[in-house]
Design a protein around this ligand. Structure first.
Ligand code: COI
Length: 353
């Protein structure tokens, strides 16, 4: 691996007590090109500008996918990544569907470890803070014929982050637009899935909400995801979340929370949940809690669900199940409880800069 270190670290110019999500990139990045059917030597270099032409394939056809994951500073000072192999596997799943090459594990994991080692100083140590890691893969040939690219580029950039949302959120059940269709790319983390969501989300924001709850593409009858997150509801003491289909992203946080809920012995069902079921539970006071699950926000409590112009309030409890789950997860991430699942991958201590 080629390594070029920055001459001038930006670390001391960043206010770590005020970290807007995704704004301040760490000093270094990983870049690896795929050309003539093979991966070239990965390179770590100072974070900088793109150096491609306006014919860059990804800009025209959206052959591009990304991941989101986090590294934590444990209470003992060690740096630890949360389930990075899950994100690695998912990026390759996205790559397959989008006709992009598979990334070898040694490039992804080897590059990531080296990058974190070099930018170890950028991993915050405050409560609810972490280093957000953004691996991405895009088509980097220069031509504008509509076929898959020949060349690709894989990068990893990172940024220290605080909480994604400052409080609980209001969401609107979407009845007009859809995020994904059957046979489509909803299960991938394709860049275009996000591009397509901004317009409906902006409409919801105009109406006073923060996000939408996506519903199925055929009838808008069943709920799917919430904004960029998976959704969990607590109705009549049972946790409910929609099952994975080709329209839903298999969230790593979702998978982890399902495991934790099961292991607490709390009832949980992965099944189709109709809008009707949520609305009647909300009306009858049986909808006890609702929250989004994602890498960025981890657990994001929902205080209001809007449907057909009517708003339903949902309890946002400081000592409820959502917050208990968040604590269970954080305790594992920060080394406060035993990682019996093997979710954390520590950076070797000696290698931390
Ligand atoms: C999430 O964790 O919800 C994400 O997908 C990350 C977001 C910044 C796109």
């Amino acid at each position: 691996m080629k390594i070029e270190l920055t001459q001038q670290s930006r670390r001391s110019s960043i206010d770590f007590s005020n970290l807007p999500f995704g704004k301040h990139m760490s000093d270094h990045m990983l870049v690896c090109h795929f050309k003539d059917g093979q991966w070239l030597e990965p390179e770590i270099r100072p974070y900088g500008q793109l150096e491609f032409s306006y014919g860059l394939h990804a800009l025209h056809y959206g052959q591009s996918a990304f991941e989101g994951m986090k590294a934590y500073r444990k209470d003992d000072g060690a740096i630890s990544m949360f389930r990075p192999l899950d994100n690695f596997a998912r990026l390759n799943k996205s790559a397959e569907r989008l006709m992009m090459p598979q990334i070898p594990e040694e490039i992804f994991m080897g590059g990531l470890k080296k990058l974190l080692e070099i930018d170890a100083d950028w991993v915050p140590n405050a409560e609810d803070h972490s280093l957000y890691i953004r691996p991405f893969l895009f088509a980097s040939s220069e031509f504008i014929a509509a076929r898959q690219s020949d060349d690709y580029t894989f990068c990893i950039i990172t940024c220290p982050v605080g909480p994604y949302y400052s409080g609980s959120v209001k969401v609107k059940i979407e009845q007009e637009y859809t995020r994904a269709t059957g046979g489509g790319i909803g299960y991938t983390k394709a860049a275009g899935n996000y591009g397509g969501s901004f317009y409906p989300t902006a409409q919801a924001i105009k109406e006073g909400y923060n996000q939408v709850i996506w519903t199925d593409h055929k009838e808008h009858k069943y709920i799917e995801e919430s904004g960029t997150m998976n959704l969990m509801l607590l109705i009549d003491g049972t946790f409910l979340t929609p099952p994975l289909t080709d329209r839903i992203l298999a969230g790593v946080t979702r998978r982890s929370i399902i495991q934790l809920v099961k292991d607490q012995g709390w009832p949980i069902e992965e099944r189709a949940i109709s809008v009707e079921e949520i609305v009647s539970a909300a009306r009858e006071g049986r909808l006890q809690e609702a929250f989004g699950m994602g890498t960025a926000a981890v657990v994001s409590q929902i205080d209001t669900i809007g449907y057909n112009g009517e708003n339903f309030s949902i309890p946002v409890l400081a000592d409820g199940k959502a917050m208990e789950i968040k604590r269970l997860l954080n305790d594992i991430r920060l080394g406060r409880s035993e990682d019996s699942y093997g979710w954390m991958i520590d950076l070797p201590v000696g290698e931390i800069a």
